[in-house]
Design a protein around this ligand. Structure first.
Ligand SMILES: [Zn+2]
Length: 298
């Protein structure tokens, strides 16, 4: 049964043991039928202990966690489900140390698993931002100054953000991208990934946006930095103070993953009821990732 909502009592009731979590994964994994990975046979026997499917022809055994992001988990599947649930329900974010303590796993194990969850928090890219969208660049890290704008400090991480507004001017969705510089090429990444060509996009007067305006509907109306694009600047302010508050455990090399988690938390409000299910579903479809892969890719 598909889990819905954010109620922790209902959650612990539905996922009362490892078996119920494995059953959930199994139902998702083989929702459109079973085919043996080795020989293509479609008949199988279920192993009671771990719900693995044993091919009736070649006896290849496949567990519900095999080839998913739950592959070779270093702790119980129920703990994993609870961590995903907590990450989906928290409004402030959880540190790896907190999770390590709460579930009695090592900090490194908690960190690696949480990064796996973050990898599926990214946008599908299927629903680009429409309507009124604000785009702006900002920097994070290095020596903090109050000065806004396009810093040349190489220690700072350069970022670009986009905010989609509701008809009444409220923040609907946000996305961030890390950029190497402020060139059109770098700035266009967020446009291509998250913004519809039909959206009305507001930026400041930076010349880097000019070439992009050939493909997108860009209005470079804002020159008074700080007072204009209020929603975008509020989000930038919030994300910076959040990053600073958790900075003891945010390595700068991983900043984009934390920004993904941050946007996910805002954007998920559209589908709050099914968010846990969506994350689990994506983790089942995703290819397994090892600790090394997470380290290297970041
Ligand atoms: Zn087989």
């Amino acid at each position: 049964m598909k889990f819905e909502g954010e109620n922790i009592i209902e959650f612990t009731q539905q996922f009362s043991d490892d078996h119920s979590c494995l059953q959930y994964l199994s139902d998702l994994k083989w929702s459109s039928g079973y085919t043996c990975k080795k020989c293509g046979h479609t008949k199988y026997t279920v192993r009671k202990k771990n719900l693995a499917r044993d091919c009736n022809k070649c006896h290849h055994i496949e567990s519900p966690t095999a080839n998913t992001l739950f592959h070779r988990l270093r702790f119980g599947i129920r703990k994993a489900f609870m961590i995903v649930f907590e990450m989906s329900a928290t409004t402030k974010g959880l540190s790896a140390s907190q999770v390590a303590k709460r579930y009695r796993i090592s900090r490194q194990t908690a960190w690696a698993f949480m990064h796996k969850v973050r990898t599926v928090m990214g946008s599908s890219g299927k629903h680009p931002m429409e309507g009124n969208v604000q785009v702006d660049e900002f920097v994070f890290g290095g020596k903090e100054t109050l000065k806004q704008g396009r810093s040349k400090d190489s220690k700072k991480k350069k970022l670009v953000g986009a905010v989609e507004l509701t008809e009444t001017g409220k923040v609907k969705r946000v996305y961030f991208n890390k950029i190497e510089d402020y060139s059109s090429k770098s700035l266009s990444t967020i446009f291509d990934a998250h913004i519809s060509t039909g959206a009305k996009v507001f930026t400041d007067k930076w010349t880097g946006y000019v070439p992009i305006s050939k493909r997108f509907n860009i209005h470079q109306d804002y020159s008074d930095r700080g007072n204009s694009m209020k929603q975008m600047h509020t989000i930038i302010h919030q994300v910076k103070s959040w990053l600073r508050s958790v900075y003891s455990w945010v390595h700068e090399g991983h900043i984009e993953k934390y920004l993904t988690e941050y946007s996910f938390r805002i954007n998920r409000s559209i589908y709050k009821q099914t968010i846990f299910h969506k994350l689990i579903e994506r983790m089942v479809i995703a290819k397994p990732a090892t600790y090394q892969m997470i380290k290297v890719s970041s």
